[in-house]
Write a protein that binds this ligand. Structure first.
Ligand code: HH2
Length: 271
């Protein structure tokens, strides 16, 4: 899942893809690198981010989604917690709703996803983006995140979303310390036990900077390492800014220890 932030303030690429042309070109580049899903977002969820009006959020994402979906070669996702934005995105050709609040922000999101037959990702977040990194605490982060995701999965199914359309995400960096993030990745099998595909988003996040000392734009290798380790523990969808290095890392991980990995691009067997 390639990340396409059409925002002025995202933590790693804010302002880079604000015009429709640059955003679509970047989406095409991510698809060329091997992304199967493009996740288009018009509101940053970084710690301290300010909320965006739904009209403005639609103006950012809808034209980009329309153009990317029309190409027809990748699934288009909208990263939003607002029903109005999700509806406009689905009308524009998106078929996946990535809601970082797991359908808690607005009543009606689950019903919309159900009615449209869309796929969705339900993510764990403790608190709100503005304050979520202010001293987050858990007794056992993995058990708490797992119980939360089980409850949100049951809620979505009760609202009419078919279980097979639902993906679950522990929400790396959303109300979690470095150690919480590492514990979640280390014990990701416990989240996978819920029986739904696990989405993982380590891409360029602050905990990787704390471990490596790298600035935000220099974390692609760390992202690939974290993604490969998450794959080994059960993740199957990787929400990333740098698609090519992550695909390479997953190909090597899969070829080494996993069930057969089917690369989408072939290279010479001698090279
Ligand atoms: N992380 C971010 C945003 N959306 N969605 C899911 N399902 N999982 C994640 O880990 C996740 C997410 C934050 O990353 P980014 O989109 O690059 O930054 P920003 O929120 O500042 O736009």
């Amino acid at each position: 899942m390639g990340i396409l932030n059409v925002t002025p303030d995202s933590f790693s690429d804010g302002g880079r893809f604000l015009s429709r042309e640059t955003a679509v070109a970047h989406g095409r580049e991510l698809a060329a690198q091997g992304a199967d899903i493009l996740d288009v977002g018009g509101e940053s969820t970084r710690p301290g981010a300010e909320p965006v009006d739904p009209v403005e959020e639609c103006a950012r994402v809808v034209p980009v989604i329309e153009e990317l979906a029309a190409a027809g070669d990748v699934q288009v996702s909208v990263d939003t917690s607002k029903v109005e934005v999700a509806r406009a995105a689905l009308d524009a050709g998106a078929s996946y709703v990535n809601d970082v609040t797991a359908f808690r922000a607005e009543a009606g999101m689950a019903a919309l996803v159900a009615e449209r037959g869309a796929d969705c990702c339900l993510m764990h977040m403790k608190g709100q983006p503005r304050t979520m990194q202010d001293d987050p605490r858990y007794d056992d982060v993995v058990s708490e995140v797992k119980a939360f995701l089980a409850e949100r999965l049951a809620f979505a199914v009760a609202e009419g979303v078919p279980e097979e359309r639902i993906h679950l995400d522990p929400g790396i960096g959303f109300g979690k310390t470095v150690e919480h993030n590492l514990e979640l990745i280390r014990r990701l099998e416990e989240i996978a036990e819920l029986g739904r595909p696990v989405v993982i988003g380590v891409s360029r996040k602050a905990f990787l900077g704390r471990i490596t000392g790298r600035e935000v734009g220099e974390r692609a290798v760390a992202t690939a390492a974290g993604s490969a380790l998450a794959w080994e523990r059960g993740a199957t969808i990787f929400r990333v800014h740098d698609v090519a290095p992550v695909r390479d890392a997953l190909a090597v991980a899969g070829a080494t220890v996993g069930p057969p990995w089917a690369p989408t691009t072939q290279t010479s067997s001698t090279s």
